[in-house]
Each structure stands twice: as structure tokens, then as C-alpha cells.
Design a protein. Structure first.
Length: 492
RNA sequence: GCGGGCGUAGCUCAGUGGUAGAGCGUCACGUUGCCAACGUGAAUGUCGUGAGUUCAAAUCUCAUCGCCCGCUCCA
């Protein structure tokens, strides 16, 4: 119990039990890419299901959406990703430390360096010409830098099999823009009224400079994002609402409270579009045991919808520029932007406006990792170590395992009948091989909440034992009450 | 990208130039009477990959890929 869980223990368990594998392992692996195995995919799907149920299905004010990963290039121009999702990095020739060019300070001490957001790459290029007076933050050497190298954080690909006729596209770096791009469609088809939200779960891609700690930061990852649209002036209270709701969600699925907290972003740390941002952080067992972000909740204001209104009016420029994003500027915002095509008409107030947006944005992979780490436990049982995953029933990959105590006297047949019956309701597992104790322990390590065993008494009175994963206690339940009993315990 | 550590069976690891190993796990058969039981047997290795040195390389050298830790970075 007192043992500190190390990431290595988790990685090894994940491999051993088929939760998570290194991608392309037979070819030596591909950096920072991972595959979910048979148990892992169940866990991950359950995390997504739990999110969807809480954020979409249990609420009357949220609808779902599933957008394509590839989107019109202008989407990324308008959102700012095409320009601002790029960094320039220079390397100190003396100590090889790489630093973002816009973070380099002048030699002169007068500088009060404010936090700089990612800036347009062209401007940065121009500004970066002269690094002769810049100081390496690591070794203090002045003006000995390599040529600045651009880092585009978006993945590029090409659409169209015919090379001459193909177009450079980007894999989405966030799912949010698909929601903004469909804001009009949802308004027109679903009779939603502000305040309301649009939710989406899906893959996103970012060419992170460095990846980190197993599946915690990967270049391909899955997000669960909600864009919650509200009237300006109510945004602060909705921000608080979602902040609390999202925190409670993790707790309700079993994360220990002491491992979860909020971290408010400082004003100088906010993204270019955000008015406020708070992270829900989990205490992961990496390195120093630092808190790491599971989810960010941001107040994106009306930035995105206003930007897309500008983008829509810039479309012709893009065609005239041979469908290239470089060297085109978004046209200025219309004076009556509040009445633009992405505005909302408030029937009560008889007024059009661009709504504010509260965005809870969760990482599915890192959440799954947090649930895995948090559920992991080792305890002493009769001098032996028992490894188990104390998953919340909603997250457990397998809900119920069914065993005959021994392979004779018709027990396997009865157990199989029970299994075939139960698997219509839960993800179940049947096993008759070897000693029953071993089968129990195997299920402990997979995180299965309940094991059903058919024994000699079953033949007499139609009862079976239901063994609890966490306490190892057993109760006898009549077979005709079994389904109800399990349903109640599993809360499904 | 820098610095440090590491890579041998599914997992944990031993093996410093001379026949590829252990524990656990897996599988089969037997046995079984509720918590990783027992007996017998079996399968499983590009020793991360590629090159070099050598009569001989898991072992030495170089390159490369991957992982972990610390930097850097993280819209």
C-alpha cells in the first residue's frame, strides 16, 4: 500500500496485461506513439462514454458533434493556428541549448521582457535576423546562435492524389474549430437556445517539440472538448459552473481528491484568445511527482466566432492567391460584426450578438492514464503481493468474470450459461482454466469488479458466489437474482 | 536538441570475448472443493537495428532507433 507507484510499474503492467503497447514495436517503435490493446481500448472507450454521458446525454443544454480531422485551410488561418502555431527556435552554438527566439533577451539589462505569445511567422523571421546582441539563457554567451529554425506545430499533409492538383492541408490541432465551423449548422437544425454547448470527442495532432512520459504527451492524441456558448456577462458564472462540473466528474469516477487540484493561469500565461483559464491537474508519478494538466477550462470570449466571420470574408483573397495561405491577411472586422453570419438572435431581447464561449478541453489519453495510475494498488495477502486496479465500475474494461470452481460435475456448463446470459448486459469474461485463486488474481490485475463462481452448492440450490475485487469478500446470490444484483452494484 | 541512465523470453532481470540463462507468466495433460496450489511436460529470443574490430561479439568500437530521468519546449 505504502509503495510509491512509479511510471515504470504502470508501463510494465500496461504491456503485460494488454492495455497499451508501443506503436510499431516490431520495427523498433515510433517515438511517442502508442496503441491501445484489448483491455486498453475498453478502458479508453469507457472514459469517452463516461464523458459523453455526463457532458452530453445527462444535460438538456448540450448537443454532440463529430467533425472531420481535415478541414478547409482557411479554418486555421482564421483561428490563428496557421500563423501562430509556429515557433522560431535558435540554438546556442556554445552550449547547444535551444530557446524560442521570442524568449531571448537582449544583452542590455533594461529589458522588461513581457510574456510573448506565438507571433506570426513572417514577422518573427524578420525580427529574428539579428540575434547578435541576444543572450543565451543557459550559458550567458552573447550572439552565438544558429539560424532560427521554424517549428510548425501543425502536421502537414496533402489532399488530392494528383500531385499537380493537390493542396496542402493540416491535421487539426484541436477539435474546437470544427465546432465553431458548425455553429451555424447546429443553430439552424436543433432549436438550441443560448446558453447551450456543443461537444465533440476526437483525435487531434500537434508536432510538439518534445513529448513526455508514456502516453501523457503524444503528438497524436484524443480530446474531449465542449464549447459552451453563452451571453457576454454570464461568461464568468458559466466558467465557474464548468470548472466545478469538470472537477467533480473526475472525482465521481474515482480519482482520489488529494491527487487532483486546480491551477489558475496567470494573466501573462493566457493564450491569445483567452480571458481566463484554469487547469485541472493530477499528481502523476513522473519524475518529481509533479502536478500535470488533465484538462483546461478556458474562457475563449467571442474571439473564435468573430475570427471566422473575418475568415469567411477573406475567402476570395485565398482563391486569388492560388489557394495559398501565405501572404494573405484576414480582412478587417466589419463594424456590425455582431449581426454577422455567425451571430445569434436572442428572441427575448430581439437582439443579435456573438456569444462568449467557455471551453472545457480534456485529454482522453492522459485521463485514461490518470485513472490507471490512480486505480493501481499493491497489497499484501498471506505473504503474497496482490496487484490490482481499483477501477470505478463504469471504467473497468471487464465488469464480470464467470468461473466454474472446478472443471467437472457440470459446473462449466452452468457457468457458461450464466456467462452467455450476462454478456448481453455487461462486458464479461469466462475462464475455467487452472485454480480458481489464480483466476481471481488475474481479474484483479485487469480491474474486473466482480467474479462469479459456480460451485458444488450451485447444483443443489441454484446460488453462486459473487466475489468483490476490492475486499475479496464473497456473497451467495441466487442465479435468478444475479442480474439485478450486479446491475445494482455496477450502477448501470 | 543537450546531459545522464537504459535496451537480453510476454514481464522483471542475471550474463564483460568462447554452447542463450533464471524467476514469474503462458500453453498442454493430470490433479482440484474459494484466493497467484501441486505434479509432469512444452513453447517462446533478429540479445533494439546496422556496420566495424576479432579465429570468435549479448559482451569491445561507431552509427542509428526506442524508453526513462533532468534541461529546453509545451497554441
Amino acid at each position: 500500500m505504502a509503495k510509491i507507484t512509479k511510471l515504470d510499474d504502470i508501463v510494465s503492467l500496461c504491456k503485460r496485461r494488454g492495455f497499451i503497447f508501443q506503436s510499431s514495436e516490431i520495427y523498433g517503435g515510433l517515438a511517442s506513439c502508442y496503441d491501445y490493446g484489448p483491455l486498453g481500448v475498453e478502458l479508453k472507450n469507457n472514459v469517452k462514454k463516461a464523458w459523453w454521458k455526463t457532458v452530453v446525454q445527462m444535460r438538456d443544454d448540450v448537443v454532440g458533434l463529430d467533425c472531420s480531422i481535415l478541414m478547409h485551410p482557411m479554418v486555421w488561418k482564421s483561428s490563428g493556428h496557421a500563423d501562430k502555431f509556429a515557433d522560431l527556435i535558435a540554438e546556442c552554438k556554445k552550449c547547444n541549448t535551444r530557446t524560442r527566439v521570442d524568449h531571448l533577451k537582449e544583452k542590455v539589462a533594461e529589458q522588461t521582457q513581457e510574456h510573448t505569445e506565438h507571433i506570426a511567422i513572417d514577422a518573427a523571421m524578420a525580427k529574428a535576423q539579428d540575434l547578435s546582441n541576444k543572450v543565451c539563457p543557459n550559458c550567458g554567451t552573447v550572439g552565438r546562435f544558429t539560424e532560427p529554425m521554424p517549428f510548425n506545430l501543425m502536421f502537414e499533409t496533402r489532399m488530392g492524389a494528383n500531385v499537380d492538383d493537390s493542396m496542402t492541408m493540416h491535421l487539426r490541432p484541436e477539435t474546437a474549430q470544427g465546432i465553431f465551423a458548425n455553429f451555424r449548422n447546429v443553430l439552424d437544425t436543433t432549436r438550441v437556445k443560448i446558453p447551450f454547448g456543443i461537444a465533440q470527442i476526437g483525435k487531434s495532432f500537434r508536432n510538439e517539440v518534445t513529448t513526455k512520459a508514456f502516453i501523457f504527451r503524444t503528438r497524436e492524441f484524443e480530446q474531449a472538448e465542449l464549447e459552451f456558448f453563452c451571453e457576454q456577462g454570464t461568461d464568468d458564472q458559466w466558467f465557474e459552473h464548468w470548472k466545478q462540473a469538470r472537477f467533480d466528474w473526475y472525482i465521481s469516477l474515482g480519482l482520489k481528491k488529494e491527487n487532483l487540484h486546480f491551477r489558475e493561469h496567470d494573466a501573462d500565461e493566457l493564450a491569445h484568445y483567452a480571458k481566463a483559464c484554469v487547469d485541472v491537474e493530477y499528481r502523476f508519478p513522473f519524475g518529481s511527482g509533479d502536478w500535470q494538466e488533465l484538462e483546461g477550462i478556458a474562457n475563449r470570449t467571442d474571439y473564435d466566432l468573430r475570427q471566422h466571420q473575418r475568415g469567411m470574408r477573406t475567402l476570395n483573397k485565398w482563391y486569388e492567391n492560388n489557394r495559398e495561405l501565405t501572404n494573405i491577411e484576414l480582412v478587417d472586422e466589419a463594424e456590425d460584426y455582431n449581426k454577422g453570419p455567425l451571430s445569434y438572435f436572442d428572441d427575448q431581447k430581439k437582439q443579435r450578438y456573438i456569444p462568449y464561449v467557455i471551453e472545457p478541453s480534456a485529454g482522453i489519453d492522459r485521463s485514461a492514464l490518470a485513472f490507471l495510475v490512480d486505480a493501481y494498488d499493491e497489497e499484501e495477502v498471506r505473504g503474497e503481493t496482490r496487484n490490482l486496479l481499483r477501477f470505478h465500475p463504469a471504467l473497468a474494461p471487464v465488469k464480470v468474470a464467470v468461473f466454474p470452481l472446478v472443471k467437472k460435475e457440470g459446473m462449466p456448463e452452468i457457468a457458461k450459461n450464466i456467462y452467455n446470459d450476462l454478456k448481453r448486459y455487461f462486458n464479461c469474461f469466462y475462464d475455467e482454466k487452472g485454480a480458481v485463486g489464480r483466476r481471481y488474481r488475474r481479474q484483479d490485475e485487469a480491474g474486473t469488479p466482480f467474479c462469479i463462481t459456480v460451485d458444488g452448492q450451485t447444483l443443489d440450490d441454484n446460488t453462486v458466489t459473487v466475489r468483490d475485487r476490492d475486499s475479496m469478500d464473497q456473497v451467495r446470490v441466487s442465479t435468478d437474482q444475479l442480474l439485478n444484483h450486479l446491475r445494482q452494484k455496477l450502477e448501470v
